[in-house]
Design a protein around this ligand. Structure first.
Ligand code: B12
Ligand code: SF4
Ligand code: SF4
Length: 366
């Protein structure tokens, strides 16, 4: 029997795809196995102790996970919209990376649900994955003819570049396999040059220990050099995406995108539960919004406005010890060394961890 084209198959089942979506098919078994690559990153400790796919690389990186599956469909959602991605914010404001300015996973999940419905109606077995620790989402991207892996490690497609989210559906049905395209980054290395921390110094390999995107999701204490490099970022980092030519429009203009800006004082003052709800699609360690406030204080330290020092002084007494160490750092950054000294003496003369942090900051100043 002739293999059916996947798009025609869905159209026949009343399921259409807007131009935001792209589909590609890899026939199984594929002999694709990224378990070793994921494990190598882990062995070299480039994974910064993250769990995700690193918990069980042998399974997450394995293409042929299910004996019953005959095809893997890779579905991508292009979240690049008409406005240019913005790296700029006004003073006192922080930047949200474009993938998180809205819940862009939602349209992808909805589409997966529609696909699942089609298979369910036809009694065809399937299993889908989006951002799941048990599956490395990039596994079938190249083999499904959707593009190539860039030096930033991002999966790139002509037109949309890196601005896309990925999902996979294993299915017990053979579809026509997509043709693999022969693309590459060539001599380009703009992502490597643009990365503020050197996390991409080895091409095609990300050192998560240096990646801002990682640190803004991490529960660990953020090192000083990373805090400085974070700049105005509040959540996520797009520097290696914004610089990537295949993802750019012809016209590059400096713009402020309001969807990508937050007023940092408002975040820091907000009730934790409310913050969790407002940003329900963010990955927040332990769903504890204190970590978002931490990010906001760092971004405010790097991108203060005229009121920042007064504001930080006001909120210091009532803040948790965890946040106090970042407030002190932000005050030192803006040259308020005496104010820091007074705050510690006045409110925390008995708190060993804060005093220790203050001693470290004093070394930093000198
Ligand atoms: C852990 C994780 C992170 C970590 C680590 C990222 C990473 N590159 O590994 C952190 C927190 C840093 C992160 C950041 C981001 N992430 Co993330 N993340 C994941 C997650 C959960 C697992 C990724 C993983 O397993 N990495 C393991 C390593 C081994 O993978 P790798 O870097 O791709 O490794 C390959 C290369 O090293 C390659 N390689 C090595 N040598 C060579 C040589 C050559 C010549 C070639 C071609 C390749 C090559 O081989 C390896 C295997 O293919 C996936 C979701 C999932 N379940 O898969 C999302 C995912 C990768 N993230 C995604 C996104 C959107 C982001 C951010 C853009 C978000 C942001 N704006 O802040 C950044 C981008 C940072 C970057 N440059 O990658 C998307 C990426 C989509 C895409 N177009 O590729 C994914 C797929 C989620 C999704 N479902 O869409 N993420
Ligand atoms: S997300 Fe930011 S810090 Fe991480 S590799 Fe890309 S540019 Fe570097
Ligand atoms: S910036 Fe250049 S080198 Fe980096 S991923 Fe994009 S095309 Fe490849």
């Amino acid at each position: 029997m002739k293999d059916i084209n996947v798009i025609n198959f869905f159209e026949e089942n009343n399921l259409n795809f807007s131009s935001k979506f792209k589909l590609g098919v890899t026939n199984l078994p594929s002999n694709l196995d990224f378990g070793k690559e994921i494990n190598d990153i882990k062995i070299d400790e480039l994974h910064a102790n993250m769990k995700f796919t690193f918990s069980n690389p042998e399974f997450s990186g394995l293409g042929d996970k299910f004996e019953w599956a005959k095809s893997a469909i890779l579905l991508t959602y292009n979240y690049k919209n008409k406005t240019q991605p913005s790296m700029f914010t006004s003073p006192g404001h922080g930047q949200i990376a474009r993938f998180a300015e809205k819940d862009y996973y939602l349209p992808l999940k909805n589409k997966i649900n529609e696909i699942e419905q089609v298979f369910e109606n036809l009694n065809i077995k399937f299993k889908s994955f989006i951002d799941n620790p048990n599956h490395y989402d990039r596994t079938f991207f190249v083999s499904s003819g959707l593009g190539w892996q860039g030096k930033s490690t991002m999966m790139l497609t002509p037109g949309s570049g890196p601005w896309q989210l990925l999902a996979t559906i294993y299915v017990d049905r053979k579809f026509k396999e997509s043709e693999i395209k022969n693309y590459s980054c060539g001599e380009c290395n703009l992502c490597q040059i643009s990365c503020p921390t050197g996390a991409l110094n080895s091409e095609y390999k990300l050192d998560s220990n240096k990646c801002i995107s990682y640190w803004l999701q991490s529960p660990e204490v953020i090192p000083y050099e990373i805090r400085n490099a974070i700049g105005n970022k509040f959540y996520g980092c797009d520097d290696c995406l914004t610089s990537c030519p295949p993802g750019q429009n012809n016209k590059n203009v400096v713009i402020f995108n309001k969807n990508q800006q937050v007023k940092l004082e408002d975040i820091i003052k907000e009730d934790n539960e409310k913050l969790n709800k407002t940003f329900y699609w963010f990955y927040i360690p332990k769903r504890d919004a204190e970590y978002l406030k931490r990010n906001a204080i760092i971004a405010l330290g790097n991108n203060p406005d005229q009121n920042t020092s007064n504001f930080l002084e006001q909120i210091y007494p009532k803040s948790s010890s965890h946040l106090k160490i970042y407030i002190l750092w932000a005050l030192v950054k803006s040259g308020n060394n005496d104010l820091c000294k007074n705050l510690v003496e006045l409110f925390d003369s008995e708190d060993k961890s804060i005093k220790k942090e203050y001693e470290k900051l004093k070394v930093m100043i000198s």
